[in-house]
Design a protein around this ligand. Structure first.
Ligand code: SAH
Ligand code: SF4
Length: 348
């Protein structure tokens, strides 16, 4: 059993079953999540006997950071290895006062979007709860050791489709938000989905985090070309499901839209987008396509990107362009992992 997969209450019950006072759960959450101390020898307020016993019954193992690199713009990328040697990427993106961690939810991805490097790899497996919480902890500990400012936000925009791994992502999110531990606020967490309709309809049971929908085209035929999932869950089904997401006053849905040169960046696309999306409670985030070796598409010119944004803003939409970060360290989804596997560096 891995400590990082436990809810607070579950841990209390687990410890009680092993004859350890449930109060120890509070001490453990304090040491690990509030004082960043994962070494049992340093848990000074826990009895010597339990300091010995706890690591026998609970694993405190975190994924290993096996590569790390900083881009010229300050984006820092981590390649993180799980106990079965599978790897995923996490990226820390600094933006004004925020430092956002982009988390992975799966090894690879089954959705197979045509523009996405992870999509070309297929799904290897889901990540466990401890591996999702573990990415956050491993990166946080690394930042602390290197005298860097702590993380403030999380986005599930690394490898994988988080709603395909619904139960584990949900539990990991609850653990990250728990006030007994890290206590991350719901507004600081964003979940991005390619549009798995049945799971979107289950979001009422998920903590009320921000939701981003990867739209990428407001035209069914075009969206199907980019995202095979649109064949099963087309725009009509997707938007019917989105309406079921409980929205609190502050909560907006973000629509992500990768801009691809000559494909989804025309006037017709702007009109289709404006017809589809309500201005209220929505935000459009344009992402200039990130080219990678062998990628089938191109990024539009800055002029075209600006025109697309301004056209939507003129129609009353909140529309931003995501700054393309970390180009020089292969920041496009899934790229670092592939390059790394080619080199097979961990064998050295
Ligand atoms: N699977 C989920 C969440 C992670 S996808 C989803 O699709 O929403 C990772 C993010 O990277 C998404 O926002 C996706 O739109 C973006 N992305 C993937 N490939 C990209 C590329 N080549 N250029 C720019 N953004 C890309
Ligand atoms: Fe999977 Fe998201 Fe990449 Fe599509 S964009 S293949 S859903 S990770």
């Amino acid at each position: 059993m891995n400590f990082f997969a436990f809810h607070f209450d579950e841990l209390k019950t687990f410890l009680a079953e092993k004859g350890i006072k449930p109060f120890t759960a509070k001490q453990l959450f304090d040491w690990v999540y509030k004082k960043w101390t994962v070494n049992p020898e340093l848990w000074s307020n826990i009895s010597k006997e339990n300091r010995f016993l706890l690591p026998e019954i609970l694993k405190f193992e975190l994924p290993k950071i096996i590569w790390e690199g900083e881009s010229r713009d300050g984006t820092r990328k981590f390649l993180v290895q799980m106990s079965d040697k599978q790897t995923v990427e996490c990226v820390v993106i600094p933006m004004k006062e925020r430092r956002t961690l982009c988390l992975s939810s799966q090894v690879g991805c089954a959705i197979g979007c045509k523009f996405c490097h992870t999509g070309t790899q297929g799904l290897k497996r889901h990540l466990g709860v401890e591996e999702i919480v573990g990415q956050y902890m491993a990166v946080s500990l690394w930042l602390r050791e290197h005298d860097q400012l702590p993380l403030t936000n999380i986005v599930y925009m690394g490898q994988g489709e988080p709603l395909h791994n619904f139960d584990n992502v949900k539990k990991a999110t609850e653990i990250l938000m728990d006030d007994h531990g890290l206590g991350l606020g719901q507004r600081r967490i964003t979940l991005s989905t390619s549009g798995l309709v049945p799971q979107i309809e289950k979001l009422w049971s998920f903590p009320p985090v921000n939701i981003a929908i990867s739209l990428h085209s407001a035209r069914d035929d075009m969206r199907t070309q980019l995202m095979p999932i649109n064949k099963v869950y087309d725009l009509q089904k997707l938007f019917k499901a989105i309406k079921t997401i409980p929205l609190k006053a502050y909560r907006r849905i973000t629509y992500e839209y990768i801009l691809i040169d000559g494909f989804n960046d025309t006037d017709e696309d702007i009109r289709a987008l404006a017809d589809l999306i309500e201005q209220r409670e929505s935000k459009i985030n344009l992402i200039p396509f990130n080219e990678y070796p062998g990628s089938p598409y191109k990024r539009p010119s800055q002029e075209k990107i600006d025109y697309f944004r301004e056209s939507l803003q003129n129609r009353g939409y909140v529309c931003t362009v995501r700054a393309t970060k970390g180009d020089d360290i292969l920041a496009a989804c899934g790229q670092l992992k592939s390059e790394y596997e080619k080199l097979n560096l961990w064998e050295n």
